[in-house]
Design a binder for this molecule. Sequence first.
Ligand SMILES: Nc1ncnc2c1ncn2[C@@H]1O[C@H](COP(=O)(O)OP(=O)(O)OP(=O)(O)O)[C@@H](O)[C@H]1O
Ligand SMILES: [Mg+2]
Length: 245
Amino acid sequence: MSEILRVNNISKHFGGLMAVSDVSLSINQGETVGLMGPNGAGKTTLVNMITGKYAVDSGDVQFMGHDITKMPTYQRCHLGITRTYQIPRPFPELTAIGSVAVSALQGKKRSNQSFEDALTDATHYLEFCGLFSKRNVLGKDLTLYELRSLELARALATTPKLMLVDEVMAGLNPHEAVKAVRLIERAKEEFGVTILWIEHVMAVLMKAAQRVVVLHYGKKIAEGLPQDIANDPFVIECYLGSCHA
Ligand SMILES: Nc1ncnc2c1ncn2[C@@H]1O[C@H](COP(=O)(O)OP(=O)(O)OP(=O)(O)O)[C@@H](O)[C@H]1O
Ligand SMILES: [Mg+2]
């Protein structure tokens, strides 16, 4: 299996707080890797450094043979990196189809793609995510579940190779949470996308992930098979709040 992403010893601090500290990880093409860790562990910050939203303090990020450490976010997107947001970030005054069309244009699936082409692609991704009937609804008027689905439609519309999924289940009711997880699994089946999946619910990662990485206080404290991570006493202790990295 070939490596698609490699993160070497990256760190990020905010003032005196080390949000991510000397973390390395690699993801192979076609893999789903779970990323866990208690609240504030540095998971979203790690994703933000992979996408280029935050510059790294130190370390480097390699994607499909390119050193992307200093590359702007839009170029990383063109190379095939996309993400969903833990707290959805819709364009409040754009319709669902308009939002997804913007992503389709950004991802440049087709050369010289027209807005018409982008709307056609957007329709396809909205249908896939169960949002076709909401295509003309403004971002500000969508429910949380619909916004999560829209996040996924927008991410897929960039035609990614690697998708960074940040807590799709948070805030959803159990029925919606199951649907959201299924949507990510279907996206993998349909589009063959490699996934780094931030999730607290171990049962979801046990089923979906081949490997799980655990962060705590910004440090990588464990990595391994989902069943081994689920039974790791140190990981369990960290989630219960009694360990200190
Ligand atoms: N832009 C920022 N400015 C200052 N501090 C930040 C910023 N982003 C994150 N942090 C801090 O960095 C630490 C790691 O945050 P991060 O959001 O990466 O954690 P997380 O693992 O995603 O947590 P959660 O499970 O709650 O989403 C936290 O202490 C957080 O308050
Ligand atoms: Mg987070």
